[in-house]
Design a protein around this ligand. Sequence first.
Ligand SMILES: Nc1nc2c(ncn2[C@@H]2O[C@H](COP(=O)(O)OP(=O)(O)O)[C@@H](O)[C@H]2O)c(=O)[nH]1
Ligand SMILES: [Mg+2]
Length: 195
Amino acid sequence: MELNTHKADILLSAASKAHYPQDDLPEIALAGRSNVGKSSFINTLLGRKNLARTSSKPGKTQLLNFYNIDDKLRFVDVPGYGYAKVSKSERAKWGKMIEEYLTQRENLRAVVSLIDMRHEPTADDVQMYDFLKYYDIPVILVATKADKVPRGKWNKQESLIKKKLAFDQADQFIVFSSVSKEGLDLSWETILSYL
Ligand SMILES: Nc1nc2c(ncn2[C@@H]2O[C@H](COP(=O)(O)OP(=O)(O)O)[C@@H](O)[C@H]2O)c(=O)[nH]1
Ligand SMILES: [Mg+2]
């Protein structure tokens, strides 16, 4: 597929399926803990500085953000999980919104699941991965902030993450950095393979 990745823009934000785009363009969703580097990943893939907002104040976005890429593909930015300072009812609303999208959206081709490469996956990370596997949703595991991990430790961190997740070897694992652009080409290649 010929894709002009620079022809990208935010299309709309939605909280429920009544507001999702009404066509059959393929969608790749992005999920991860607040602050894992999700917005940075989107910006890096699209060669933009600030299309998806990056911030050090996590937990702000509470809607699904749909990005249109060259009228051929959409990224769907799922609000980050694991942010402590939200109420129980907010968390429940968030859960319903995510579940509705992930389990009912026919356009969905794969989920890019982002995990901080520096640490062992959290309980929330494991829960998200289990959820995706349970619903048979293809996962692209992106280990973020690789520039903060010495290269000599990459294999060890990869093993640690895979073990904790009971990682399915059928899924792609990508070491990524929005600073060094490590994993950029492989990320695109993998995403395009699901379209
Ligand atoms: N060193 C480094 N910092 C990163 C990387 N990706 C994101 N960050 C930083 O991590 C923080 C959170 O990033 P952001 O993309 O907003 O995370 P989000 O909450 O998951 O959307 C910001 O300060 C980013 O600059 C990366 O690959 N390397
Ligand atoms: Mg973000």
